[in-house]
Write a protein that binds this ligand. Structure first.
Ligand SMILES: C[S@@+](CC[C@H](N)C(=O)[O-])C[C@H]1O[C@@H](n2cnc3c(N)ncnc32)[C@H](O)[C@@H]1O
Length: 253
């Protein structure tokens, strides 16, 4: 018997942001391999007899990508429905495409289920629209992590887009701030970090690009960085702005 592997996007955190398709597949799974950014509430949807395996990449508990690929193939020989659950969308900075390619090469049947990416879901959730008539007519997304084997990031992109989103940029935030200023972005431009967006531990830090480059705020990963005038709209569109003002999970730096 050969099973099927479902590479499923789990969205940015809030269980209610899962797609109906993801919920059905998680409930039917025989085994689930999940990443660091998949929340406990989501795993609770699995059957009690479903085998649940953590394969995250955080320090100290790192599962190499090759082992994950091989595990998916091996598990498909044992189980009918193997679910590979990933934060956000599997094909947006999620290595889902590498896993799908490996399965294709090994002749394993697979299906990819899109998820709400943190790239769009997290800013929307806090009241930052990536585009807005008269304010932003374009956005770009880059990774702030240029590790081994990674494609060089084309930071010049930031010259051509109104709003820039940076994933995995916490560690290099000051360097990123400086680079964007060098490329001609305005020091007064507002920027926001959204930590653990769409979860109960969400925290937003708002500052300016100039300040980010000279005196960066403390921020913990996972966080998304949004740069652009649209960030100011959080003051009126943030659905919980009044509550935030009283108990600041929005920090002005
Ligand atoms: C390896 S990438 C995975 C992105 C994922 N595939 C997606 O579509 O959202 C991980 C990065 O995404 C961002 N991220 C993912 N979930 C997040 C969340 N709930 N809040 C803030 N940032 C998040 C962070 O920048 C984090 O370092």
């Amino acid at each position: 018997m050969m099973g099927k592997v479902y590479i499923v996007g789990a969205g940015p955190g809030d269980v209610e942001l899962l797609t109906l398709k993801a919920v059905r597949i998680i409930k039917e799974a025989d085994v689930i391999l999940y990443d660091r950014l998949v929340s406990e509430d989501i795993l609770q949807l699995a059957r009690p007899d479903c085998e649940i395996i953590y394969v995250g990449k955080e320090e100290g508990k790192h599962t190499p990508q090759d082992s994950i690929n091989r595990m998916l193939v091996e598990l498909s020989k044992v189980y009918r429905r193997v679910v590979r659950l990933k934060g956000g969308d599997p094909f947006v900075f999620g290595r889902g495409a590498e896993e799908a390619l490996y399965l294709a090469q090994k002749g394993v049947e697979f299906e990819v289920v899109p998820g709400v990416s943190s790239v769009t879901g997290v800013p929307t959730y806090v009241g930052i629209p990536l585009t807005m008539r008269g304010v932003s007519s374009s956005f770009g997304v880059v990774t702030g992590h240029e590790g081994e084997g990674c494609y060089g990031v084309r930071w010049e992109l930031s010259k051509y887009v109104d709003t820039l989103v940076v994933v995995m940029g916490v560690g290099k935030r000051q360097e990123i701030g400086r680079k964007l200023l060098e490329l001609g972005r305005d020091a007064e431009e507002p920027v926001a970090f959204v930590e653990r967006g769409c979860t109960s531990r969400q925290r937003v830090v708002v500052t300016s690009l100039g300040r980010l480059a000279s005196d960066p705020p403390p921020v913990e990963p996972p966080a998304l960085l949004v740069v652009g005038k649209v960030v100011d709209l959080i003051n009126t569109l943030g659905k919980e702005v009044e509550r935030w003002r009283q108990n600041p999970t929005v920090v002005i730096w």
